[in-house]
Design a protein around this ligand. Structure first.
Ligand code: FAD
Ligand code: MLT
Ligand code: ZN
Length: 477
């Protein structure tokens, strides 16, 4: 029988007896940050918040939850944009935070691999790699807070996907605790391993619905010895896409970042983020921030400057500035990485994390922008993001005094129109942020019946009691 709120006190007593002291956070104030999400879209309650210190404690917690039919909500840095790490309002779910599992277990510089525990922040992993003379390429604006377990659980993307791939592509092996407490142990630095189904790949991106990732072995690269970074104004999205093709040809695969920004995003950053300045003299409608990198000492600045010059002659670039030193490079990235924070400070927004094939980006932006102009006159379109991956954060900002009810009334209509246009352009309604709680209905609508059936069958096989992150990713009847 499923537990009810009448059972809460007895369940808590039983839980206390099942784990060593110090694992459970009992104080309401200590628990509070774990019960709401980064965007404050959801407010949950929980039976408890557990912060295990070792894998055996994770295993014991899951075995207890499975026996008692208690829903488990894994939580990393809690930077999810879709409510994936927030418990429901029942007060009967257990939040398991991974932050205390934060050791770098091993770095093998010769093997270009690092083994880390799930609770390490992304920045901690990047630093550990750098200290060993290696480079870990995953890069997100939330790097100081998000955890590698959360990055793998969401198959995070970010700023370097174009060259290095998403989190799954950077993962060689993982260790995870399954719903019944068993441990899947596959921390191996093997680049080739065709032994049956790709279970590691399945757990990556499963958003805590199939198990808790406790550690991972990740790929490393040599340190980047040269970079060249430019901020260029382009007349439109089609020109931005054409410029990418030119750059790829000129730089021979050394383009690691290719970000698109509209003027509206730059203005938000200028207005709300201290220290941000406009890199160019005049205002333009669209910009790209692009970066080339190399593992060798190379004159990449010359390659980039020449490519931009050729593109200027071809009418693809209106104006551009190259970072002359590390300080200027950092300030260009500060501008880009602070767009989400600037947007948050400006007021409420409707966010759409979408992707389309790169070649269809301009057509999609034209059609979806027209729809927003026609139907959302009170909103400002801020469509920015990882254009090199065909991934845009097609967000609409509203004035700070917009009433939540007014926004809530528009949200389903806007979401449907944008996501239908994405589908019509052969794209995805969830490019990199995941499904979480926010987009369960979208998955139901856009995934094929066969895909949904396969996902449900996998879920049932690995989590027959449905305790792993209930209500996230899949609607289970
Ligand atoms: P959480 O938010 O804690 O959890 C996310 C999901 O993973 C939840 O479903 C949770 O249950 C599950 N989970 C967490 N840890 C584990 C674990 N150890 N085992 C199993 N399941 C687990 N995302 C991008 O992809 N690209 C970006 O460029 C990007 N930029 C961002 C910029 C900012 C400023 C912010 C705030 C967020 C950004 N994000 C981006 C979103 C977010 O940072 C990522 O999704 C990140 O990977 C989430 O990591 P987390 O540790 O915070 O996970
Ligand atoms: C980013 O790329 O900055 C984030 O993934 C998008 C966002 O914060 O909306
Ligand atoms: Zn992003």
């Amino acid at each position: 029988m499923l537990p009810s709120s009448a059972d809460a006190a007895a369940l808590l007593e039983s839980l206390r007896a099942s784990v060593p002291s110090g694992v459970l956070l009992e104080d309401a104030a200590d628990q509070a940050p774990f019960l709401t999400d980064h965007r404050r879209l959801y407010q949950g309650r929980a039976l408890g918040v557990a912060l295990p210190r070792e894998i055996a404690e994770v295993s014991a917690l899951l075995a207890w939850c499975n026996a008692q039919r208690i829903g488990v909500v894994p939580q990393g840095g809690n930077t999810s944009y879709c409510g994936g790490a927030t418990p429901d309002p029942s007060g009967l779910q257990l939040v398991i935070g991974l932050r205390r599992l934060n050791r770098i277990r091993a770095i093998d510089a010769a093997d270009f691999s690092i083994t880390v525990e799930a609770g390490c922040t992304l920045a901690q992993v990047q630093r550990a790699a750098a200290e060993a003379g290696r480079f870990f390429p995953l890069e997100l604006g939330s790097a100081g807070t998000c955890q590698i377990g959360g990055n793998l659980a969401t198959n995070a993307g970010g700023l370097n996907v174009l060259r290095f791939g998403m989190a799954r592509a950077l993962t060689l092996g993982i260790e995870a605790v399954l719903a019944d407490g068993r441990v899947y142990q596959r921390l191996r630095a093997l680049h080739k391993d065709n032994t049956g189904y790709d279970l590691t790949g399945l757990l990556v991106g499963s958003e805590g619905t199939l198990g808790i990732i406790t550690a991972a072995t990740l790929k490393l690269w040599p340190p980047l010895r040269s970079t060249a970074t430019a901020f260029a104004a382009v007349p439109d999205v089609a020109a931005a896409v054409a410029l990418l093709t030119e750059l790829q040809a000129a730089a021979g695969g050394r383009v690691n970042s290719y970000e698109l920004l509209p003027r509206s995003a730059l203005e938000l950053a200028l207005r709300h983020i201290e220290g941000v300045t406009d890199p160019l003299a005049a205002a333009h409608e669209w910009y790209v921030l692009c970066e080339l990198s190399s593992f060798a000492d190379e004159a990449l600045g010359t390659v980039l400057a020449q490519a931009l010059e050729t593109a200027t002659d071809a009418g693809l670039v209106q104006d551009a500035v190259l970072a002359a030193n590390e300080r200027q490079r950092a300030s260009l990235w500060q501008l880009r990485e602070n767009v989400p924070e600037a947007q948050r400070r400006a007021g409420p927004s409707l966010k759409h994390d979408v992707s389309v094939p790169v070649a269809r980006l301009a057509g999609f932006v034209a059609a979806a922008s027209q729809w927003v102009r026609d139907h959302v006159p009170s909103g400002t379109l801020v469509a920015y993001g990882h254009a090199g991956d065909g991934n845009l954060h097609f967000n609409i900002s509203f004035a700070a005094n917009t009433l939540p009810a007014a926004l809530a009334a528009q949200e389903p209509v806007v979401r449907r129109a944008i996501h239908d246009l994405v589908a019509a352009h052969g794209g995805s309604f969830s490019a990199e942020h995941g499904i979480g709680r926010l987009k369960v209905g979208e998955l139901e609508r856009y995934a094929s019946p066969v895909s949904l059936a396969m996902m449900r069958e996998i879920k049932r096989a690995l989590d027959p009691n449905g305790i792993m992150n209930p209500g996230k990713v899949l609607a289970i009847s």
